[in-house]
Design a binder for this molecule. Structure first.
Ligand code: CUA
Length: 299
């Protein structure tokens, strides 16, 4: 009933589990009080019991009860919320920079140096905690993977940090949760949790430069995109070195295949109106096919 790849009520990690528990306690607590108040209101309307009109009923039911109930829920929430504040050293640090309207994802080494850069996809090893360092290149964004953790804003001039952890392997969808202009609703990403061996293989592959270069890509796409190991070194758009290995393109909005890539290149403004990549209508069918095949093969 609550299952889904973007559902806070379907927790897959320790942090999301705490948040889901708090959600249910508050929801059930609120529902019980609502039912009680409605029952009393019904009783008062139909039976008009005298005791409900006395000062005592108002003091106990209208002041003491809400004070005690709300204080208890507040104390519970604050106490349980401390579990969201980890003191363990993280397994890895990942810097996520929100951009209009995509996510730059940088894996950091032990000294905080850049290990490699990717986009719109975060991989984590199962059972390990990673620290996500949140920055923005422009306006406010908000990083939210409901199945794995809470929601945290990316604030200009400030670095926020949060922990991500998954108890099982899987792929979950994250979404920008703070209106950031134009295609905000189409600013998504995926988090892939995998067993440590698969994660290390992925990480080793991401570190490598691309296997091939493409003249048309370098001539027309390199002003904005980087493909490490080639002449393409633009930084305005997502790093595409291993874009072919990602779940999605366009920041979580299209599945990744040659047809979708060709469609994205030719009419990105139709697919995601207002995004900063123009639609390239000038390519011939043959050029478009060869570009899309090149991009798709960047695994
Ligand atoms: Cu980024 Cu909304």
């Amino acid at each position: 009933m609550f299952a889904g790849v973007q559902s806070a009520l379907d927790p897959y990690g320790p942090y999301a589990a705490v948040i889901a528990e708090i959600t249910w306690v508050l929801f059930i607590g609120g529902a019980l009080i609502f039912v009680l108040v409605m029952a009393l209101a019904g009783w008062a309307l139909w039976r008009r019991p005298a005791w409900l009109a006395q000062d005592r009923a108002i003091v106990w039911g209208g002041i003491v009860f809400p004070l005690v109930a709300l204080s208890a829920l507040l104390v519970y929430t604050l106490a349980r919320g401390t579990a969201l504040d980890s003191r363990q050293p993280p397994f890895a640090q990942i810097r996520v920079v929100g951009q209009q309207w995509w996510w730059q994802v940088t894996y950091l080494g032990p000294q905080g140096e850049v290990d490699f850069i990717t986009a719109n996809e975060v991989h984590i090893p199962v059972g390990r905690e990673v620290e996500v360092v949140l920055d923005t290149a422009d306006v406010l964004h908000s990083f939210w993977v409901p199945n794995l953790a809470g929601k945290l804003d990316l604030v200009p001039g400030k670095q926020n940090r949060m922990r991500l952890a998954a108890a099982r392997a899987g792929t979950w969808r994250g979404q920008c949760a703070e209106y950031c202009g134009g295609p905000h609703a189409q600013m998504a990403f995926f988090v892939v949790a995998e067993e440590e061996e698969a994660f290390e293989a992925w990480r080793a592959q991401q570190r490598r430069p691309a296997r091939s270069s493409n003249d048309l890509f370098n001539a027309r796409c390199a002003a904005c995109h980087t493909v490490r190991g080639t002449a393409a070194a633009g930084t305005l758009g997502p790093d595409l070195t291993h874009v072919g290995s990602r779940v999605s393109i366009g920041a979580g909005i299209l599945s990744n295949n040659t047809g979708a890539i060709a469609g994205w290149i030719a009419s990105s403004q139709h697919i995601k109106p207002g995004n900063l990549m123009p639609s390239f209508r000038e390519f011939s069918g043959e050029e478009l096919r060869s570009l899309a095949a090149y991009v798709e093969a960047l695994k």
